[in-house]
Design a protein around this ligand. Structure first.
Ligand code: TPP
Length: 296
């Protein structure tokens, strides 16, 4: 299906509709996350031809053929370098990267570290179902301790990473948490993340009814609360860390921390300062047919 190149009035969710059959399990949180992503983009009046949607490999990554937009489906664990590069080439385009906890906290965890410390101005959406979904329910580094999984029926011998402790140790400027059953909250959080000045980290606790038998939809419904409605001030770093990291009783959701004072990577890139054009505008069309003949 082609993407309409011209804007005809304000975008609406139907502009993002894609005919591809959905292959996710019944009750998968990916349905809700995709719906909220569309709603957030539409409410910000961003049409499919105006946004880059970069997907990692995993169940969530199959969103790449289920909604429209300029989409890429990258290598497992490697979507952040791609998304960052796309943004640096075309800083005027909103760039969203989507990754699973397997991709982002195991195989590609190095890219998450460097994306946050580099402060690339992109939105990162973590589909946190606490397991490797696409490869059928192996434990990831975010799987809870003592939970039997397909290749670790006695629970994992390693310690589970505590994602919020880890993220806050990297001095982020935007940290949010939400969950896949609350579409209005996900939409609100995603809109704020897309509009944030630098790197925005959005942890979406995602129901996975087939392989995650611990953080179920019902568990999330009972435990998650809206910290912003509860009076939490996202500019308060100490309070943000506390409510983000302590999930023993309740799970705080919403915009937990935001700081717009710090310049992002592109703003600090000296050779680009004062330059009016973008890298994509500067690329000249070059005839490479002569070069290609050398390889025939
Ligand atoms: C480089 C590479 N390593 C491993 C794989 C195999 N692989 C594909 S999907 C996947 C797990 C995906 O889990 P996660 O990132 O948590 O996403 P989910 O499927 O749960 O949405 C793995 C290990 C691969 N395709 N490429």
């Amino acid at each position: 299906m082609s993407i309409p190149l011209e804007k005809s009035g304000k975008p609406n969710v139907h502009d993002y509709f894609c005919k591809t059959e959905c292959t996710w399990c019944d009750g998968c949180g990916d349905y809700g996350i995709m719906a909220a992503t569309k709603r957030a983009l539409v409410e910000l009046e961003i049409a499919p031809h105006e946004v880059a949607l970069c997907f990692d490999i995993g169940c969530h990554g199959n969103t790449s053929d289920k909604m429209l937009g300029y989409r890429v489906h990258g290598l497992h664990g490697r979507i952040l370098p791609f998304a960052s590069g796309a943004k640096l080439a075309n800083p005027n385009m909103p760039v969203l990267a989507f990754g699973g906890d397997g991709a982002s906290f195991s195989e590609g965890v190095n890219h998450l570290v460097h994306s946050i410390r580099s402060h690339y101005p992109i939105t990162f959406v973590l589909h946190n179902n606490a397991n490797y979904g696409l490869t059928t329910g192996q434990a990831s580094s975010l799987t809870w301790q003592d939970q039997p999984m397909n290749t670790s029926p006695n629970g994992i011998p390693e310690d589970t990473i505590r994602p919020m402790d880890f993220i806050f140790s990297l001095q982020p400027t935007f940290v949010a948490r939400t969950w896949s059953g609350d579409i209005p909250q996900m939409t609100r959080v995603l809109k704020a993340a897309i509009q944030h000045r630098g790197f925005a980290f959005v942890d979406i606790l995602q129901a996975c009814p087939t392989y995650n038998k611990f953080a179920t939809h019902e568990w999330l419904l009972e435990k998650c609360y809206d910290a912003n409605a509860d009076g939490h001030d996202p500019s308060d770093l100490v309070a943000a860390k506390k409510i983000a990291c302590d999930t023993s009783e309740k799970v705080s959701c919403g915009i937990l921390y935001q700081n717009e004072d710090r310049p992002h990577f592109y703003e600090k890139l000296v050779p680009r300062q004062g330059v009016k054009t973008t890298a994509v505008e500067e690329v000249e069309i070059t005839d490479v047919s002569g070069l290609m003949k050398e390889f025939v």
